[in-house]
Design a protein around this ligand. Structure first.
Ligand code: GDP
Ligand code: MN
Length: 391
């Protein structure tokens, strides 16, 4: 579960990580009032969305008057924000964070994440902050420093020194001390709150020598939410992909992806394998969808409806190995969906397992247009051919 920047900053404040003063607002007028209570100029107006790269996309504005705060806030709230991470259609912004602006001298990157291969937290630090860390890692990997954390020992002061004393040119002793203290605090946030990510980019040194978190990103591990009730309440459903939100409501494991082949599969393993085979055939899956081993007819219908609602989908592949979910139940679910929403894209079906004959018969006699594949490889070939034809 992702938090908004302003929510992450409230948490940082609780853990005494230094931050600029600020407050969230949901209209231009409110932004104006908030700015009048804050020190400025400059003020900073920041779009609150679950997407990075706001700075480059016009979602972060540094302004010099309270009137400009109102203007910037209104513009951000009224237009969808397009960044590298939102897709071309952009994202609606419901809130803006207004902050006291600071004059930046240097920008660093600091984050804690889980290193899955080592199964331990890792603190990542770079003196090339402000930019996307992926870019820094690709271009100048020597500037991305890591310290793996032993879970029993916790974050150790020497690890902070390993990171901070690598900065070139080396900042003064007060700044170094503050940087190392913030590292310890960020680790504490990460561990205490069951985070999968706690990130500050940029962590800055201001012109007057203060160290401050200018941005804040926290992601809570969904499996930790049972014991992080207070954080679970911070969830903002407006930020979820509408199709993913619908899937959650119906107990379907669905993740939207960038490709154009909709896939409906039963079983997570088979769903992953199906995506692999689609890619191997030269196409891209539009989603991961596991309707589940014991899916009901209604769940199959809902799954197919969700796929049909995705406008990027140019062909659909149904790959079902009937076990507990019998092939006849699948077939009825598909027909029910087809009755509600006309299926205008090619449909390729690969059915095997329990009640397969009955399932095939139901589909055959339904008048529904579809193609049958004998195995998963052929299914992927067929579906790929369909999209390349329509393109
Ligand atoms: P992101 O682009 O979504 O990661 O948003 P950030 O919060 O990181 O802001 C983007 C950039 O805006 C930062 O890297 C800074 O360069 C700039 N910025 C943000 N706040 C201030 C501020 O108070 N003063 C100045 N001068 N620049 C700021
Ligand atoms: Mn940032």
């Amino acid at each position: 579960m992702k938090l908004h920047e302003y929510q992450a900053k409230e948490i940082f404040r609780r853990f005494e990580i230094p931050l600029p003063k600020g407050k969230v607002a949901s209209s231009g007028d409110e932004a104006f009032q908030v700015a009048r209570e804050l020190k400025g100029p400059p003020w900073v107006v920041k779009a609150q969305v679950h997407a990075g790269g706001r700075g480059k996309g016009g979602g972060v504005k540094v302004v010099q008057t309270v009137e400009e705060v109102k203007k910037a806030a209104t513009a951000i709230l009224e237009n969808p924000l397009v960044t590298k991470q939102t897709g071309p259609e952009g994202r609606r912004v419901h809130q803006v964070l207004i902050e006291e602006g600071v004059t930046i001298d240097r920008e660093f990157y600091l984050a804690v994440v889980i290193d899955r291969a080592r199964a331990q937290p890792v603190m990542i630090f770079s003196q090339a902050g402000g930019m996307e860390i992926e870019e820094v890692a690709a271009r100048t990997p020597e500037l991305v420093l890591k310290q793996f954390v032993d879970l029993k020992a916790g974050w150790m002061p020497y690890q902070g020194r390993n990171l901070a004393y690598a900065i070139d040119p080396l900042p003064g002793p007060e700044v170094l001390k503050e940087l190392m203290a913030i590292m310890g605090k960020l680790y504490k946030v990460f561990i205490t709150l069951d985070c999968s990510l706690a990130e500050i980019n940029p962590l800055v040194i201001t012109k007057d020598g203060k160290v401050m978190a200018i941005d804040a990103k926290i992601t809570i591990d969904d499996n930790g939410l049972v014991r992080q009730k207070e954080l679970a309440a911070l969830d903002d459903p407006r930020e979820k992909d509408p199709l993913e939100a619908k899937a959650i409501k119906h107990n379907l494991s669905y993740i939207r992806l960038n490709g154009n082949i909709g896939a409906m599969v039963n079983g997570a393993g088979l769903a992953m394998a199906t995506m692999d085979v689609i890619k191997l055939a030269g196409a891209e899956p539009a989603n991961f969808l596991d309707v589940g081993g014991g899916a009901s007819e209604e769940m199959v219908t809902m799954g197919l409806e969700i796929i049909l609602e995705d406008r990027n989908v140019k062909a659909i592949l149904i790959n079902i190995f009937g076990g507990i979910l019998r092939c006849d139940v699948l077939a009825r679910g598909v027909l029910a969906a087809a009755e509600k929403t006309a299926i205008k894209v090619p449909l390729i079906v690969r059915l095997e397992g329990t009640n397969v004959e009955e399932g095939r018969k139901i589909l055959r006699e339904s008048g529904l247009k579809f193609m049958v594949a004998k195995d998963i490889a052929e299914a992927a070939e067929m579906v790929t051919k369909q999209v390349s034809r329509s393109a």
